[in-house]
Design a protein around this ligand. Structure first.
Ligand code: APR
Ligand code: ZN
Length: 365
């Protein structure tokens, strides 16, 4: 079988991310090859690299990517060479009960989490041994081979760096507001953590007409950025958060979103809410860490705790919609990109994230 050699950022083991030449096979039936234009640097990649989430290795990192289709496998009908696409890191199988109900984000038949294509194989090899594309994307690579349904066509006018972010942080953040919480105009919201995901939640809240929008972070630069995306108030994070929120909205907020993934801040959410309010868990804590929540108070006060996975995104429906909102000036996604790096500088990009830098870094190919 013909193969391509592609340079990629490979996770070899905890804290080891190396640029290597990886062998990529041709796209098989129902698969497409994409030349990557940009790949976002996301907190989930960092969880894996830092050993917080278990993942087989070697794994080609990156799951927030966009590029141009350059070859299609047998039977592919929805895409052709030259199409600009955004990758989804959770491609739907199309035939399980969830998919048939239209709830593709809770598909039970996808091989994405196993980092495999629909036929159960990986398209990658490193030094003659199997290697895996992270979440069946592995976009920190010049080329990828992905499932046809993992690549969604968007207008050519959307820049690759903006398109890449639509594939994860924007879908996750805006989707949490629009699809999961279904926030209506005039509702109040607290957003804990103003990183890439938190800022896209704030963008989604501004789009939905929420008010006030209270951004919470430990970093002043992040709070300043939050204001520029529509936060009406900012609060320095601390255990007194519920009281600080009540200084702004007397009875507490209608919604709270956690976008860090810390058990302590997730546990704080219900106390920031008014009766009947909804706490939405967007940030993902390290595996196996319980969150202490007073469930009796939660039930008595009629509050809801909602787990938001990928913003309940249906990629084929939502990616083109988010791209349109960007093109129409309704979602300033480009302003989220604060740093651009080359593939060779990938470790610098993760170090910047570990140092608590604000906004989003993107690798440009
Ligand atoms: N209180 C408030 N804010 C905090 C705290 C804290 N105790 N600790 C950290 N933060 C802030 C950081 O200053 C940063 O602005 O949380 C933000 C986290 O942002 P990023 O590191 O950019 O992470 P992001 O990519 O947004 O992902 C957040 O969402 O999808 C998940 O896996 C992802 O768990 C991760 C989370
Ligand atoms: Zn991500």
């Amino acid at each position: 079988m013909t193969t391509t050699t592609t340079r990629a950022a490979v996770y070899i083991g905890t804290n080891q991310l190396q640029i290597r030449d990886v062998t990529l096979r041709e796209p098989g039936p129902g698969e497409v090859r994409v030349r990557i234009g940009a790949s976002g640097v996301c907190g989930s990649d960092r969880h894996v690299i830092d050993g917080e989430w278990q993942m087989p290795s070697p794994t080609i990192m990156g799951h927030e990517g966009a590029g141009v289709v350059d070859a299609v496998g047998e039977g592919v009908t929805s895409l052709e060479a030259g199409d600009h696409v955004i990758m989804t890191w959770f491609y739907p199988c199309g035939s399980c009960t969830s998919c048939r109900q239209g709830r593709t984000w809770v598909c039970t038949g996808s091989n994405s989490e196993a980092c495999l294509l629909p036929d159960g194989t990986s398209p990658l090899e490193l030094d003659g041994a199997p290697a895996y594309p992270y979440l069946a994307v592995g976009s920190m690579s010049e080329y990828v081979v992905v499932a046809e349904q993992a690549a969604i066509r968007v207008p050519d006018e959307v820049p690759f760096d903006v398109a890449a972010l639509i594939g994860c942080s924007i879908a996750t953040g805006v989707g949490a507001v629009v699809n999961d919480a279904r926030v209506q105009p005039g509702r109040s919201a607290v957003v804990i953590g103003a990183g890439g995901v938190g800022l896209s939640i704030i963008m989604g809240l501004a789009l939905a007409g929420a008010s006030p929008i209270i951004a919470v972070d430990v970093n002043d630069d992040a709070l300043e950025l939050a204001r520029s995306f529509g936060a009406t108030h900012t609060v320095r994070s601390g255990a007194d958060l519920p009281e600080r929120v009540r200084e702004i909205v007397q009875d507490g907020a209608d919604f709270a979103f956690e976008a860090i993934g810390r058990p302590e801040t997730i546990a704080l959410m219900p106390a920031t809410l008014q009766r009947g309010g909804t706490a939405v868990v967007v940030g993902l804590p390290p595996e196996g860490q319980p969150v202490p929540i007073d469930v009796l108070a939660l039930a008595e006060e009629g509050k809801s705790l909602l787990g938001s996975n990928y913003g309940a995104t249906v990629p084929a429906r939502d990616f083109p919609m988010l791209a349109r909102l960007y093109l129409n000036g309704r979602l300033p996604i480009d302003r989220l990109i604060t740093n651009r790096f080359s593939l060779d500088e990938v470790n610098d990009a993760f170090d910047l994230m570990r140092a608590g830098a604000k906004g989003r870094s993107v690798l440009i190919f």
